[in-house]
Design a protein around this ligand. Structure first.
Ligand SMILES: [Zn+2]
Length: 262
């Protein structure tokens, strides 16, 4: 799950509130994962239309968002080196992606920007939250790591250690790798390493807590149990980067475009 970047645009919500609200949202429906309120369209619910929405001109917004979101997905799959890497890795692992079947733009709870539905093997891009191509690219990379883990390791999202592992990998290969690349030059190697590991642990914790209704302690414990193994597992990006060393610097160079606050 890609949890909305805590320090991004609205600035009204601090990290603590975001995690609390995410967990509360799961509590409210009391059945975790895809039964939660994070992805209402997964349950077949249509977004409520009200006279108020009509008056403020928000009605009809969903279809505009959807078209924009699908255009952004298409552009990322066609042009982004790192997304193309993931598509290639999935294909060579026997899990070829059909954009229309495996990627879905939907309206989500505003606390999340994306998700991976292992039951349907589908990546969800939150069309109401991921407005730019750069955010869509970040979400695609993150969720495709989950898809890759599901394809390769029969990931069980209901097992908290499995979930912690794939969230560690997604944070490590995605969001946090761009942050560490930006720190280079003004920090020592030791500092970069510590900052990077903290970034991965924090991001993974936020995602685990948004998917499972667990306390921070339980989430942290799961992350610590699997951290070393999963942090050092850079498949498929690590292996591929060594083979084609141009891709990662290019991805790093684009990092400021990804819509993350670093
Ligand atoms: Zn995730």
């Amino acid at each position: 799950m890609t949890v909305k970047n805590e320090k991004s645009d609205d600035g009204k919500r601090n990290e603590g509130d975001a995690s609390k609200e995410a967990v509360t949202a799961d509590n409210a429906s009391n059945n975790g994962l895809w039964g939660s309120d994070m992805y209402p369209e997964r349950k077949g619910a249509k977004q409520k239309r009200s006279w108020f929405n009509l008056l403020i001109g928000a009605a009809g917004r969903e279809s505009i968002d959807k078209v924009k979101c699908e255009e952004n997905v298409y552009r990322c799959i066609k042009d982004s080196p790192i997304v193309k890497l993931m598509v290639g890795a999935l294909k060579s692992s026997g899990c070829e992606i059909d954009m229309r079947r495996h990627i879905s733009c939907e309206v989500c709870n505003p606390l999340v920007t994306g998700g991976y539905d292992s039951e349907l093997n589908q990546v969800v891009i939150c069309q109401n939250m991921a407005h730019s191509e750069n955010i869509v690219r970040g979400v695609l990379l993150h969720e495709m790591i989950h898809m890759f883990d599901y394809c390769r390791n029969k990931l069980d999202m209901k097992n908290i250690d499995h979930l912690a592992c794939t969230e560690i990998r997604a944070a490590n290969i995605g969001h946090c790798s761009f942050i560490s690349s930006m720190l280079q030059g003004d920090s020592s190697f030791i500092n970069i390493k510590a900052t990077h590991q903290n970034c991965v642990k924090h991001k993974a914790k936020m995602s685990v807590m948004a998917v499972h209704t667990v306390s921070e302690e339980v989430a942290n414990a799961a992350i610590e149990r699997v951290f070393t193994k999963c942090y050092n597992d850079l498949e498929p990006i690590g292996r591929r980067i060594r083979r084609n060393s141009d891709d990662m610097p290019r991805a790093y160079a684009e990092a400021h475009l990804y819509g993350y606050n670093c």
